[in-house]
Design a protein around this ligand. Structure first.
Ligand SMILES: Cc1cc2nc3c(=O)[nH]c(=O)nc-3n(C[C@H](O)[C@H](O)[C@H](O)COP(=O)(O)OP(=O)(O)OC[C@H]3O[C@@H](n4cnc5c(N)ncnc54)[C@H](O)[C@@H]3O)c2cc1C
Length: 351
């Protein structure tokens, strides 16, 4: 008998496992690698929504624990996946510059926006209206993080690399049984895979596909991430990650020619040097209709729980919601309404 079974090992699963580690709970993770959003993520640790210069849900609270969380994890896993990365927002017009300065005067968001206009100094970049710089930004190499965490779990014999079969759950007085293994609780962290979960598939996790193309551009020599209508993220060795798009209709995990073309067209608006396309990846963000995470317990089976809906900001969001879910399960702490599963459950089970 273990305290927990965790299903799925993306940013949500890792963050919840770390709560279990911290509180010395026993657990096993059951995870396949078939559809990880975390693996293809841009890795941007970015506190600001760069479309309108606003802040995501509870960003101050998220940041307070997110960076220490990843720093401790780096130490524990003896791995390197955090790097400092400057993020520049390319302005399209004078009006946009003005919006930036207005935002940088506002309490809250102002602390994340450098209040001066930066001029473009890179001849391979076109940015006649200059840039704004976001403060407190980093890059998390999620691929390295995921591989290191899998390795850590495997060494402790805590990872079963398989697809969780929902038909194999049975409920007992003292807990839950899965395929012969007993646990007090199951926490589902399946990202968009939740749509196959009979206990939680009613939740409005719509999924938004995103793709990146990778380019090699030896003349570009840019060390900062530039956000125009899409991002150009430097990876080192003249490689850059270009994207991502937001597709609300296509629910497949394969990259498409149409998106490649559209990303390259958008790139050519602000990058003037030659480049070669070397790769392309796709993933589905677990997005929710109201753009907030979903955490909590099943109304029908109190030992089944969910941590999902991290949307396009799992890196800074996951550690805080994992802590809140753990406190809810173990200490009965109330989950705030805005991220509580009950905001959808009550309506679903009433109808
Ligand atoms: C193109 C793109 C770019 C992004 N860029 C950024 C970014 O720069 N910054 C940022 O903060 N966020 C970014 N995101 C969002 C971020 O990736 C997500 O918020 C986050 O990864 C979601 O994590 P998760 O653990 O909930 O889901 P996932 O990472 O999808 O993990 C779920 C895991 O569960 C497994 N699973 C599902 N069902 C089962 C089952 N039945 N049995 C076993 N295993 C199962 C899946 O295979 C997967 O490994 C991006 C996303 C995309 C797609």
């Amino acid at each position: 008998m273990v305290d927990y079974i965790v299903v799925g090992l993306g940013l949500a699963g890792i963050s919840f496992c770390e709560q279990l580690e911290k509180h010395q709970k026993s657990y096993v993770v059951i995870a396949d690698d078939l559809q990880s959003s975390s693996k293809v993520a841009g890795g941007l640790y970015n506190p600001v929504i760069l479309k309108r210069f606003t802040l995501p849900y509870k960003v101050h609270e998220q940041l307070e624990i997110a960076l220490p969380f990843y720093q401790q994890l780096e130490k524990k896993l003896n791995s390197t996946f955090i790097s400092y990365l400057s993020i520049l927002r390319r302005f399209h017009s004078i009006e946009e510059q003005n919006l930036w300065f207005e935002a940088s005067d506002r309490p809250g968001v102002g602390q994340y926006l450098f209040p001066k206009l930066l001029k473009n100094k890179n001849e391979s970049v076109d940015a006649p209206f200059g840039f704004g710089r976001v403060l407190h930004t980093h890059h998390i190499d999620t691929k390295v993080l995921l591989a290191s965490y899998q390795n850590f779990l495997e060494k402790g014999d805590k990872l079963r690399r398989e697809t969780f079969d929902y038909n194999k759950i049975t409920f007992e007085n003292q807990g839950v049984c899965y395929d012969g293994s007993k646990a007090l609780n199951i926490v589902f962290c399946e990202g968009f895979g939740v749509r196959k979960n009979p206990y939680f598939k009613y939740l409005p996790i719509k999924g938004t596909k995103g793709e990146y193309v990778f380019i090699k551009a030896p003349e570009l020599k840019e060390e900062k991430a530039i956000k125009a209508s899409i991002f150009c993220i430097p990876l080192g060795n003249d490689l850059y990650k270009i994207g991502a798009n937001y597709d609300h209709h296509d629910k497949t995990f394969t990259p498409t020619e149409a998106t490649k073309k559209s990303l390259i067209d958008k790139l050519k608006i602000f990058i003037k040097c030659d480049f070669e396309i070397v790769d392309q990846v796709a993933g589905i963000r677990p997005t929710v209709v109201d753009r907030k995470p979903i955490i909590g317990s099943s109304i029908e089976h109190e030992r089944l729980h969910i941590l999902n809906g991290l949307g396009s900001r799992g890196i800074i969001g996951a550690p805080l919601v994992a802590q809140q879910l753990f406190n809810h399960i173990e200490r009965g702490t109330e989950i705030e309404g805005e991220i509580n599963i009950n905001r959808f459950t009550a309506k679903y089970f009433k109808d």
